[in-house]
Write a protein that binds this ligand. Structure first.
Ligand code: CP
Length: 317
């Protein structure tokens, strides 16, 4: 595997989950792969889990790691070609990217949607420039439209906890005070559609995700109806996708918060969220603290999903 940005890059999901289980059982078994290899992790946005779990995965594989927070200590980067650079950005991404590539063997990039241009966001302007100009394998640590390391960890978690051959998995929108990207729900939908689960989405009117991510998934605008019989409830906020409201908050309706009453509609479902989560906006304290909450196992599996991805990239060098 050269680059990892979507579910298509991982291939057969059954094999990927089996590989994840093998890595989890012996996470230091592949140390030889990373010897004298350097991972550079580049963050345009904040992170707790991705930063720590990916660095830990690289260390498990024997790699050296360099972490660069672009907005803290590096030169401010211009990202648009053709701009007269007489403002506050002294370096262009088109020089910075190949320079970064000189110092490492593999690059991870975190670059969220900026909500300035839907076309730039959905064309993955930043991530694709790293793929084009770095000369190195590149993997997404959450880009504008997808968060595949998170979705892979979520799939591993569902496989570990499912008690039915084909569980019902509900992705539900939940309220949040600020505009969040669609990357996590887009990606979760993409991975669940490729997995062997019954997958449905619940969101208020005006919050339908991009058609290429929804596909033929059933979308409910009544959360209670969607939750009936669920085995896994995956809560997440996202801002509106459709024009003219792209990137806007249209509702903070707390009747969509995942509470114990909502979970009672399910088939004793597990609760999932990628974190960080705003308690009592997205989910009530009692639900996230309950024994059916999987938020910590999901976060723990971020180390495993990152290790499988890095292992495959190292094997291809
Ligand atoms: N879930 C996730 O990606 O967490 P961070 O934003 O903290 O990395």
């Amino acid at each position: 595997m050269r680059n990892f940005t979507t579910v298509a890059d991982i291939g057969d999901l059954k094999k990927a989950v089996e590989e994840a289980m093998a890595v989890k059982a012996d996470r230091f078994a592949y140390q030889h792969l990373g010897r004298n290899k350097t991972l550079m992790m580049i963050f345009f946005n904040s992170s707790l889990r991705t930063r720590l779990s990916t660095q830990k995965a690289a260390m498990n594989l024997g790699m050296n790691t360099i972490v660069l927070d672009v907005n803290q200590g590096a030169w401010k980067l211009e990202t648009e070609r053709g701009v007269i650079m007489d403002g506050d950005k002294p370096e262009h991404l088109l020089e910075a990217i190949p320079v970064m590539g000189c110092y490492c063997d593999v690059i991870g990039v975190r670059s969220f949607a900026r909500f300035e241009s839907k076309a730039d966001d959905y064309n993955e302007l930043i991530l694709n420039q790293f793929i084009k100009y770095s000369g190195r394998p590149v993997f997404s640590m959450e880009a504008a439209t997808r968060h595949p390391l998170q979705s892979f960890a979520d799939l591993i978690t569902i496989e570990e906890y499912k008690t039915k051959e084909r569980p019902k998995v509900v992705l539900t929108w939940a309220p949040h005070p600020k505009a969040l990207p669609q990357a996590v729900p887009n990606s979760f939908a993409e991975w669940m559609r490729a997995a062997d689960v019954e997958f449905v989405i619940a969101n208020p009117e005006g919050y339908d995700l991009a058609p290429e991510f929804v596909g033929d998934t059933k979308v409910y605008h009544d959360q209670d109806e969607a939750l009936r019989g669920a085995d896994f409830v995956y809560a997440k906020n996202w801002s509106a996708y459709a024009d003219p409201n792209y990137g806007k908050v249209l509702s903070t309706d707390r009747s969509w918060t995942v509470t114990a009453e909502k979970m009672a509609l399910t088939d004793n479902a597990y609760f999932m969220h990628c974190l960080p989560v705003r308690r009592n906006m997205i989910v009530s304290d009692d639900v996230i603290e309950s024994p059916r909450s999987l938020v910590i196992p999901e976060a723990a599996n971020r180390e495993i999903s990152a290790e499988v991805v890095l292992k495959r990239i190292l094997e291809s060098l």
